[in-house]
Design a protein around this ligand. Structure first.
Ligand code: C2E
Ligand code: CA
Ligand code: CA
Length: 646
C-alpha cells in the first residue's frame, strides 16, 4: 500500500489535503466537460449523441466523487474514528475513473475530431494533468496514476498516427506525461515530508504539553502538601479554610488543634527516623478517621489541624474523641512500644472567631490550657479562656517593657545548711509589680515563655542576681546564688556564652552560680537539655534540679547528666507523714551514691526541719527559715546569721 509508511494521523492529514482540493478538481472537470461537449460541432447528431453518453458517464463519476467528498467532510466533522485506508482507496479509484473518462473521451472521439479538436483535447488533458500535480499531492500513487492515465494512452495513439502533426502532438503529450509524473512525484514527496514534519511537531508539542501538565501537577502537589505526611501543608490548609468561610459564611464548622503528647520523647529516645515514621502513622490514622471532605493538615512539628463540619456539639465531641482514640490506639503490628497520645483544642466558627487566625489561636489556646491541666483530653475554647487569653496578651505586652519601667525586681530566699543553719546560698525569685498589683511568677513566667520574652528576661535575672551576689559575698565569702532557668532559655545556642560573659563581668566564680532547671525539661527536649547542661558544667556552673519528684526524671537521667544539686519538691515535705518520707529517704540514699547535694524545699516548721536533718537532708529552704526577702533585708539577715552561727 502506498501509505504504509504513514501513521494514522499522517494519513488523516493527507486525506484532508486530498478531499479539500477535490472540490476544486471536480468543479474544473465539470466546467471543462461541459465546454467540450457543448462547445464543438454540435450539428453532427451522431457525435452529439455519443458525447452526451460520455457526458453522462463523467458526470456520474463526478457525482459519486462529490458524494464521497461530502461523506468524508461529515465524518471528519463528527470527530468519530474512521478507516483512513478505505477513504484513500475510494479517492484513488474516483480519480483514476475521472482520468479514464477523460482519456476515453479523447480516444472515443479521435477518429471524428478535427485538428483543432485534437489539439484542444491534448491541451486540455495536459492542463488537467498539470493541475493534478498539486491538487493530488496528498497521494503520490494517485497523482502519478492520474497523470499517466490522462495523457499516456491518447499520446500513444497520436504517436501512431500517420499525420505528422498528430505524431508530434503525441510525442509532446507523452513527454509532458513523463514530466508531469516526475513533477507529481516530487510534489507528493514534498507534501508527504511536510505532513510528517507537522506531525512530528505536533507530537513534540503534545509531549511538551504533557510535561508542562505533569510539572504543574507536581508543583501543585509539592506546594500544597506536607512532604512527610502527605496531608495539606499550612498554606494550602489556610487557603482551603478561608475558602470555606468566604463560600459558606453561614455554615458553622470547628477547628481541631491536635497536639501530640510525648512525641519529643520518641524523637529523643528512638531517633528522628522513628519520629518521622510515627508522624506518618499518625497522619494516616487522622486521615482514616476524617472523611474525604474534611481538610486536615500538618501545622508544624507534631501539630495537626482539622477543619470539621458538624450538626450538634455532641457530634463534634464524638468526632474529636474518635481522633484521640485512633491516635492513641496501640497496634500489635506497630513495633514502637512507647506510643503517643494527643491533646485537642477546639474552636468553633463563628462563636469563637470570624476569621481563621483568631480561630486557630483560640483552638491553640484551648489545647495549650488543656495540656497544662491534663494531657490526652479535649478542650473547647470558652469565654473564660477568652478572658484569660486577653489578660495574658495584655500582660505579655506590659511584660515586654517591664524592665525599662522598673517593674521587676528580685527577692532572695536563703538556703541553709541543715546541720549548722548557716546560709550557703540564696535563691533569687523574680517579682513583678504592675500598676500596684503583684503578678504571681507562676502566671507571668508562663506568659514570658509563651510570648518569647523569657530568653531576654532570664538573662536580666541572671545579671541582677550576679550584681547582688557580688554584694552578698562581701558579707559572706563564697556565698552562692541560684537562678531559675527555663528550658526555652537552654534552647538559645549562645546561652552558655552569654551567662559566662555575665559572671565574668561581675567577677563571680561560676561554681557560685547555681542554675535551677525544672525537672519537667527531661520530658520536653532531652537532647537540648543535656547539651546545654554539659556545656554549663564544663564551664564550672552548678546544676540544680528543681521540683524533683514531680516530673519525669529517672535515676538513669540523673546518672546521664551528673547533676550537682537536687531540690526535693515541697509537696513531699508537706506530705512527710504519708508517702513523702520514704521517697525523701530514697533520694537521700541516691544522693550519697551518685554524689549530689540535696535541698528540701518548702520547709515551714521546726518539726519538718528536724526530721529532714535527721534523715540526712543536707540543705533546707522554706518559710521556717525565711520567706523570700527584699534585697535590702539580706544584709541584716546575713549579719544576724553570722552572729547566731559564730
Ligand atoms: P520555685 O523555683 O519552686 O520557687 C520556690 C517557690 O516556693 C517560690 O515561689 C517561693 O516563694 C515558694 N516557697 C519557698 N518556701 C516556701 C514554703 O515554705 N512554703 C510555701 N508554700 N512556698 C514556699 P514563687 O516565688 O511564687 O515562685 C514560683 C515559681 O516561679 C518558682 O518556683 C519558679 O519556678 C518560678 N520563678 C520565679 N522566679 C523565676 C525566674 O527568675 N525565672 C524563672 N524561669 N522562673 C522563676
Ligand atoms: Ca527554684
Ligand atoms: Ca522548686
Amino acid at each position: 500500500m502506498p501509505y504504509n509508511n504513514l501513521s494514522t494521523d499522517e494519513r488523516k492529514e493527507a486525506l484532508k489535503i486530498l478531499y479539500s482540493n477535490a472540490v476544486a478538481g471536480i468543479a474544473v472537470s465539470v466546467l471543462v466537460s461541459v465546454a467540450l461537449v457543448f462547445a464543438f460541432d454540435i450539428s453532427n447528431e451522431n457525435i452529439n449523441h455519443d458525447k452526451i453518453v460520455w457526458f453522462g458517464i463523467i458526470m456520474s463519476v463526478l457525482t459519486l466523487r462529490t458524494i464521497d467528498v461530502g461523506l468524508f467532510l461529515k465524518t471528519q466533522k463528527s470527530n468519530k474514528p474512521y478507516n483512513t485506508n478505505s477513504y484513500l482507496i475510494r479517492f484513488a479509484v474516483g480519480c483514476v475513473l475521472t482520468a479514464m473518462s477523460w482519456c476515453g473521451y479523447a480516444i472515443w472521439f479521435h477518429s471524428t475530431s478535427s485538428t483543432i479538436e485534437v489539439t484542444t483535447t491534448i491541451a486540455i488533458l495536459s492542463a488537467l494533468a498539470g493541475g493534478s500535480a498539486n491538487i493530488l499531492s496528498g497521494s503520490r500513487f494517485t497523482a502519478i496514476l492520474y497523470s499517466f492515465t490522462l495523457l499516456a494512452p491518447y499520446s500513444f495513439l497520436l504517436m501512431l498516427s500517420s499525420d505528422h502533426y498528430q505524431h508530434i502532438l503525441g510525442l509532446l503529450g507523452l513527454t509532458f506525461a513523463f514530466i508531469m509524473i516526475a513533477s507529481s512525484y516530487k510534489s507528493a514527496t514534498f507534501t508527504h515530508s511536510a505532513i510528517q514534519l507537522k506531525n512530528q511537531n505536533r507530537e513534540l508539542l503534545n509531549e511538551m504539553e504533557n510535561k508542562v501538565e505533569q510539572r504543574t501537577e507536581e508543583i501543585y502537589r509539592l506546594s500544597n502538601t506536607d512532604p512527610l505526611t502527605n496531608l495539606l501543608n499550612r498554606t494550602a490548609f489556610l487557603k482551603n479554610a478561608n475558602k470555606q468561610i468566604t463560600d459558606n459564611p453561614k455554615d458553622p464548622f470547628a477547628l481541631l488543634f491536635v497536639d501530640l503528647d510525648g512525641f519529643k520523647q520518641i524523637n529523643d529516645s528512638l531517633g528522628h527516623k522513628v519520629g518521622d515514621k510515627v508522624l506518618k502513622e499518625i497522619a494516616l490514622r487522622i486521615s482514616n478517621v476524617c472523611n474525604q471532605q474534611l481538610y486536615k493538615c500538618r501545622w508544624g512539628g507534631d501539630e495537626f489541624l482539622i477543619l470539621a463540619t458538624y450538626q450538634t456539639q455532641a457530634e463534634l465531641f464524638e468526632f474529636a474523641n474518635k481522633v484521640l482514640q485512633s491516635i492513641g490506639a496501640e497496634r500489635k503490628t506497630y513495633k514502637y512500644q512507647k506510643w503517643v497520645s494527643a491533646t485537642i483544642g477546639i474552636a468553633m466558627y463563628p462563636e469563637h472567631g470570624n476569621d481563621l487566625n483568631t480561630l486557630i489561636r483560640s483552638a491553640d489556646t484551648a489545647m495549650y490550657h488543656q495540656k497544662r491541666m491534663a494531657k490526652g483530653n479535649i478542650n473547647i475554647y470558652s469565654d473564660s479562656l477568652k478572658l484569660k487569653q486577653e489578660r495574658e496578651y495584655l500582660l505579655s505586652q506590659r511584660l515586654a517593657s517591664a524592665v525599662e519601667e522598673n517593674g521587676l525586681r528580685l527577692v532572695f530566699q536563703p538556703i541553709v545548711d541543715s546541720k549548722t543553719n548557716k546560709v550557703t546560698s540564696f535563691e533569687s525569685l523574680l517579682r513583678w509589680q504592675l500598676d500596684g498589683e503583684n503578678i504571681f511568677p507562676d502566671e507571668f513566667i508562663t506568659i514570658a515563655e509563651q510570648y518569647g520574652l523569657i530568653t531576654e528576661l532570664g538573662l536580666w535575672v541572671i545579671d541582677q542576681a550576679c550584681i547582688q551576689a557580688k554584694k552578698f559575698s562581701h558579707l559572706q565569702p563564697q556565698i552562692a546564688i541560684s537562678v531559675n532557668v527555663s528550658v526555652i532559655q537552654l534552647q538559645d545556642p549562645d546561652f552558655v556564652t552569654k551567662v559566662l560573659k555575665i559572671v565574668n563581668t561581675h567577677q563571680i566564680e561560676p561554681k557560685n552560680l547555681h542554675i535551677e532547671i525544672t525537672e519537667s525539661v527531661f520530658a520536653e527536649d532531652k537532647l537540648t537539655f543535656l547539651t546545654a547542661v554539659k556545656a554549663l558544667q564544663k564551664q564550672g556552673f552548678c546544676i540544680s534540679i528543681d521540683d524533683f519528684g514531680t516530673g519525669y526524671s529517672s535515676l538513669s537521667s540523673m546518672l546521664d547528666i551528673g547533676v550537682d544539686i537536687v531540690k526535693i519538691d515541697r509537696s513531699f515535705i508537706q506530705n512527710m507523714d504519708k508517702r513523702g518520707l520514704s521517697i525523701i529517704h530514697a533520694i537521700v540514699q541516691m544522693a550519697s551514691s551518685l554524689d549530689f547535694m540535696v535541698v528540701a524545699e518548702g520547709v515551714e516548721t521546726i518539726e519538718q526541719a528536724n526530721t529532714l536533718t535527721n534523715i540526712g537532708v543536707s540543705h533546707l529552704q522554706g518559710y521556717y527559715f525565711s520567706r523570700p526577702m527584699e534585697v535590702d533585708f539580706v544584709d541584716a539577715y546575713l549579719h544576724g546569721q553570722n552572729k547566731l552561727c559564730s
